[in-house]
Design a protein around this ligand. Structure first.
Ligand SMILES: Cc1cc2nc3c(=O)[nH]c(=O)nc-3n(C[C@H](O)[C@H](O)[C@H](O)COP(=O)(O)OP(=O)(O)OC[C@H]3O[C@@H](n4cnc5c(N)ncnc54)[C@H](O)[C@@H]3O)c2cc1C
Length: 364
């Protein structure tokens, strides 16, 4: 997600200081509320509302994700890893293309290493194709990076040096999987009314431009949002129901992998691919989320940019997700109390504006 946010930041011309800029407008005007179709209830960011604080390491890769097949002794190895902040978004697109590479070998028996969004989606697609699928991973949900993802599904125009025709195909396929689960109980797949807040002040808004919390935004979109705590077990069950088998196993070297009986192996090890295959382009991108107790009345989301970093708020059935952290090459899985404070403070500033707008509306 962070990569996605960065890219979007560039596209929108966000260079920092949104909240600082917006506060200079003073009290938000009632038009900020009226511009939107429904009320924006404030997020309750009081520390006692914290449900948990989680850290994940996005599987970054210089040059973009790796999606290709190569000979591996007497086997074929299909790589599908390095999706950084877009691994959930790209799971159906890359899972489908990886499965096509497998199908091309003619093999019926396939091993998949990794049980995050990429491994499980690829396992499900191959199972639906009638392959005998065995998934090996040293960790399963909720202990995989995919479980930490904010999981807003929005594709980007480019992913590093990945060829443009591949990007076009994975993006075109991105929605195929999620659409089938949308709003189905237990899947965690929903849509949300989503806003990119720009750093210009309301008094700098273009005529007719809408504002939210005193900040202009381009338009409301309705992207898919996924509650990974529900979605990953759901995917796994779907694959299992079609015959996929799951084993807990850690591989320390390619030699260990080559001992597997399957003639085709799909490598969906995310960040683990760096050490396992000596890929030096792989690096972690640290991210922290503060998960608050759920607020069912929050039915909107936003991405914003504060002077001290990015911000996003995603509502879920099981939590309200506050995020926006991004630190390259940090391997720690420890939450940073300073970052927790930043997220609570900056999101709190937006929530305070929402509170004032809602009370102004009620008073009107
Ligand atoms: C804070 C945060 C927010 C994010 N928000 C979004 C978002 O909004 N949208 C989005 O699309 N993405 C988002 N992401 C990115 C997303 O989480 C990742 O891109 C995605 O999870 C990668 O999936 P994966 O299946 O490749 O890897 P993982 O989920 O990390 O799974 C890797 C699997 O491989 C296994 N494995 C690794 N090495 C070995 C080994 N040696 N032996 C055996 N098994 C091994 C692991 O145990 C695991 O099962 C976010 C990430 C973070 C941290």
């Amino acid at each position: 997600m962070s990569l996605m946010l960065d890219r979007r930041g560039v596209l929108l011309g966000l260079s920092g200081g949104l909240l600082a800029a917006c506060t200079t407008t003073g009290r938000p005007t009632i038009s900020g509320y009226e511009a939107s179709a429904a009320p924006f209830y404030p997020v309750d960011v009081r520390p006692e509302r914290i449900k948990e604080i989680v850290v994940g390491l996005r599987p970054g890769r210089d040059g973009g994700f790796r999606l290709e097949a190569e000979p591996f002794g007497d086997k074929i190895l299909v790589h599908n890893y390095g999706h950084e902040g877009d691994g959930v978004t790209l799971s159906w697109g890359c899972g489908t293309l990886a499965s096509e590479l497998v199908a091309h070998t003619g093999a019926d028996d396939v091993a998949i290493v990794g049980a995050g969004a990429q491994g499980l989606t690829t396992a499900l697609i191959l199972s639906r194709m009638g392959k005998r699928v065995t998934v090996y991973a040293d960790k399963f949900h909720p202990y995989v990076t995919s479980n930490v993802a904010g999981a807003l599904i929005l594709t980007a125009a480019s992913y590093g040096d990945v060829p443009i025709d591949t990007v076009a195909r994975v993006n075109a396929l991105a929605r195929t999987g999620f659409d089938q689960y949308e709003n189905q109980p237990g899947t965690g797949v929903t849509r949300v009314r989503h806003h990119y807040l720009q750093r210009r002040r309301q008094d700098q808004a273009e005529p007719g431009e809408k504002t939210l919390f005193g900040c202009p935004f381009n338009s409301v979109t309705h992207p898919t949002m996924i509650d990974m705590s529900l979605y990953l077990p759901y995917l796994m069950k779907q694959a299992r129901d079609l015959g996929a088998i799951f084993y807990t196993k850690r591989f320390e070297s390619p030699t260990e992998l080559s001992a597997l009986s399957q003639p085709v192996i799909v490598n969906c090890t995310g960040l683990g691919a760096g050490a396992l295959f000596g890929d030096e382009a792989v690096h972690p991108v640290w991210g922290q989320l503060v998960r608050l107790h759920p607020q069912p009345e929050i039915d909107y989301s936003y991405v914003a940019h504060a002077g001290d970093g990015q911000l996003y708020m995603f509502p879920r059935e099981t939590s309200i997700v506050l995020g926006g952290s991004r630190r390259r090459d940090v391997w720690s899985l420890e939450p940073d109390p300073t970052e927790t404070q930043r997220l609570l403070y900056q999101h709190g500033k937006l929530a305070e504006r929402a509170r004032r707008i809602v009370s102004m509306k009620v008073a009107a």
